[in-house]
Design a protein around this ligand. Structure first.
Ligand SMILES: [Fe+2]
Length: 397
């Protein structure tokens, strides 16, 4: 058992007991205990790993899929301390059914906090509303942030370094503060724990039809959208959108859903399009490991406008021009494919027949023009469209 965490756990337990185990006071109490003796300064990670691997005297471990992996470093009936490794972790935007505090023990992360304005429950497992970014900041090693359960604390983390290691002092479960919603920006919240077995099996059955290239795939989805309720219909759209887009059926089936559900369905199209954008960035994160490029992806994923993107770049790279930083990252991220060059998911238009060197030059030239809001010459309109409709599009808001 690691003596630092044993001591931290005992300290938190004793102080919390003195507060009659008040749930309200726990996050601040946990934060103060970690800030007094920060794990980032007091724990030797190599030593901790060695001790965990070779010594059987460890707290009871869990089966949680959270973290890559999660180690339990202290375990009490009322709370526990977890050490979370993140190799390429990007958390969904989520809220918690527990409270406490987390500490960045190694690495750094982009931390975004949100509120869900005008929220309305459609079912106990799905809400619609307007997800708004309240605050975004860079968390460097050593920072500690309190977590409160429920809707007051909606956040996401994008880890910049591999591995990033966080320590969480947390309750097991705060009754009455669930569900632990995941948020699909900008308009939908879903309960990720709720298991609708029929929906799951239907999705699997649709996958069978997709794999068989079944000619009735779209017709089946269309019928589902016509007959199912909002929640099951939304999950069906979410699951099938990629395939429907490839089949050229997406627009008409989405319209069917919108006509059926009217006002309620208003935010669904934007949410699903944004879901695809975020999915793409998450996928990119698996093979982009340069910390500066990861930072760029974190900005694209989490920041909603250019002003905030520039502010975070200046904070992390003081003295540099944000536009020049973005252009240099773009230059490094341009890749060849068999059809031409791509910058992330912005493909150089096949309709413009020029060699690779010219494509490279033009992609950067058009990106610069778009970033600097310059007029776009007629011959660059197609390239501009490819860039401004890609996952880079938030750079131009
Ligand atoms: Fe969290």
């Amino acid at each position: 058992m690691n003596t630092y965490f044993e001591k931290l756990g005992r300290t938190v337990l004793e102080r919390w007991r003195q507060q009659n185990f008040s749930l309200e006071l726990f996050p601040e109490l946990a934060r103060i205990a970690m800030d007094e003796n920060p794990p980032s300064e007091n724990v030797d990670l190599e030593e901790m790993v060695h001790e965990f691997l070779a010594n059987d005297d460890q707290p009871q471990q869990g089966h949680s899929g959270f973290g890559q992996p999660e180690l339990v470093a202290f375990n009490d009936q009322r709370f526990y301390i977890q050490i979370l490794f993140w190799m390429e972790g990007t958390t969904d935007i989520h809220q918690h059914e527990f409270s406490g505090a987390f500490h960045v023990m190694q690495g750094s992360s982009v931390h975004s906090e949100f509120e869900f304005a005008g929220a309305k429950s459609i079912t106990p497992h799905l809400r619609v509303g307007d997800l708004q970014l309240k605050k975004i900041e860079l968390l460097e090693t050593g920072r500690t942030i309190p977590i409160t359960s429920g809707r007051a604390c909606i956040h996401s983390l994008f880890h910049l370094d591999t591995p990033s290691v966080t320590v969480v002092v947390r309750t097991h479960h705060d009754p009455g503060t669930g569900p632990q919603y995941n948020y699909l920006p900008p308009h939908i919240a879903i309960d990720p724990i709720h298991a609708d077995a029929l929906t799951m099996r239907r999705k699997q059955l649709l996958d069978v039809l997709e794999n068989l290239d079944h000619p009735s795939y779209a017709a089946h989805v269309r019928e589902m959208i016509e007959t199912l309720d909002f929640e099951r219909g939304f999950h069906t759209l979410h699951h099938t959108m990629d395939r429907l887009m490839a089949l050229g059926e997406w627009e008409s089936i989405l319209e069917l859903f919108q006509n059926k559900h009217g006002e309620l369905a208003k935010g669904v199209a934007d949410t699903l399009v944004e879901y695809l954008r975020r999915e793409y960035i998450t996928q990119m994160r698996h093979h982009i490991d340069h910390p500066e490029h990861r930072f760029f992806l974190a900005l694209l994923m989490n920041v909603q406008n250019r002003k905030d993107i520039d502010a975070l770049i200046i904070k992390r790279y003081p003295g540099n021009s944000p536009t020049e930083m973005i252009l240099s990252w773009a230059e490094e991220l341009i890749e060849p494919t068999e059809f031409g060059l791509t910058l992330l998911d912005a493909a150089f238009p096949e309709s413009i027949d020029v060699d690779m060197d010219t494509q490279f030059y033009l992609l950067l030239e058009v990106l610069r023009n778009a970033l600097e809001s310059n007029a776009i010459p007629a011959e660059q309109v197609e390239i501009h469209k490819a860039i401004t409709s890609s996952c880079l599009r938030l750079l131009f808001t």
